[in-house]
Design a protein around this ligand. Structure first.
Ligand SMILES: [Zn+2]
Length: 310
């Protein structure tokens, strides 16, 4: 949509110029923030709506004067000719309108039109000053929250339910005891795996001594080149990201699968202990993880770049 605003400003001779087209506040703001106007004759610049003065349209700088004026579609050239914009101000101006008037008068006094020069508009984000969809898209997502979730989780090609679980885990939003307490739901406050510490996602998936022993076993069995989480590991996501960020793509995919699968089985083990009163030894859970990973590979979910041992 920003493209249409650009085309309209850049190519005023196109047959569709002036026709209504889909646009919204966001596209318009991006357009304003991304373009610079160079005044020539002023014939193709809108007096009220173009951002020819310090990058902001007069309509936005002086809304009272704008609504108290006729001729909203004046070009800069027409508005300045014989000070036409002044004759467009309606009768009985308020004090604010008069104040706006003085300021616009000062602004217009500083504008020098060059009747023989065409007006120009440049796109700020490309070297040649021409619009590109790629840079507009980048602008649009400047404010997005950057996370590593895509690299760690969503690109892993593991089953969606396990991805979702990992995603909730790194945000501490699994239904662990601390979360259940917040919701006033029945819960056992202590970790069922070690029976020592309060249960949080960080504890369950990294700090717990059961989980850390499991991690040591997993890393050995799968020859993964990362360090298991520490007892005082401060963040699940930081541990995961710093473990894989310098690995080769192939190794990273493997470790991501391991983390997602291991956390899934730690969660299943925790639930089995709470709801079925059935506990498995660390070696058993490690074998279950191995089996599950082989299944993922055989099913083609995980690219067949590596195969867990039998
Ligand atoms: Zn524990």
């Amino acid at each position: 949509r920003t493209r249409w605003l650009w085309q309209q400003a850049k190519f005023p001779d196109k047959p569709w110029t002036g026709l209504p087209f889909p646009s919204d506040k966001l596209s318009y703001s991006i357009f304003i923030a991304s373009t610079v106007i160079t005044i020539g004759s002023g014939a193709t610049i809108s007096f009220w709506h173009s951002h020819w003065w310090q990058g902001t349209p007069l309509r936005e700088l002086f809304p009272q004067l704008y609504s108290h004026s006729r001729g909203h579609n004046l070009s800069l050239m027409t508005a300045l000719a014989d000070r036409k914009w002044i004759t467009c101000i309606k009768e009985n101006p308020t004090a604010q309108v008069l104040a706006d008037y003085v300021r616009v008068w000062n602004i217009t006094a500083q504008v020098n039109l060059s009747p023989t020069q065409p007006d120009d508009i440049r796109w700020k984000w490309t070297a040649d000053g021409q619009y590109s969809a790629r840079t507009a898209y980048q602008m649009l997502f400047q404010g997005r929250i950057r996370t590593n979730h895509n690299m760690l989780i969503w690109s892993s090609r593991t089953p969606p339910k396990c991805q979702m679980h990992a995603w909730l885990a790194i945000q501490g939003r699994c239904n662990t005891a601390d979360q259940l307490a917040k919701k006033n739901w029945p819960h056992t406050p202590t970790c069922t795996l070690c029976q020592l510490q309060p249960e949080t996602a960080l504890h369950l998936f990294a700090q717990c001594q059961y989980t850390r022993l499991l991690w040591q076993m997993i890393l050995q069995r799968f020859h993964a080149q990362i360090t298991p989480p520490r007892a005082d590991e401060p963040s699940l996501e930081d541990w995961w990201y710093s473990s894989v960020r310098s690995l080769s793509k192939q190794e990273r995919m493997k470790v991501n699968c391991l983390v997602i699968c291991a956390w899934w089985h730690v969660w299943k083990e925790r639930n089995a202990r709470i709801f079925e009163h059935r506990a498995s030894a660390i070696t058993e859970v490690c074998s279950l993880i191995n089996e599950e990973l082989r299944l993922w590979c055989t099913a083609g979910l995980v690219r067949a770049m590596w195969m867990p041992p039998d």
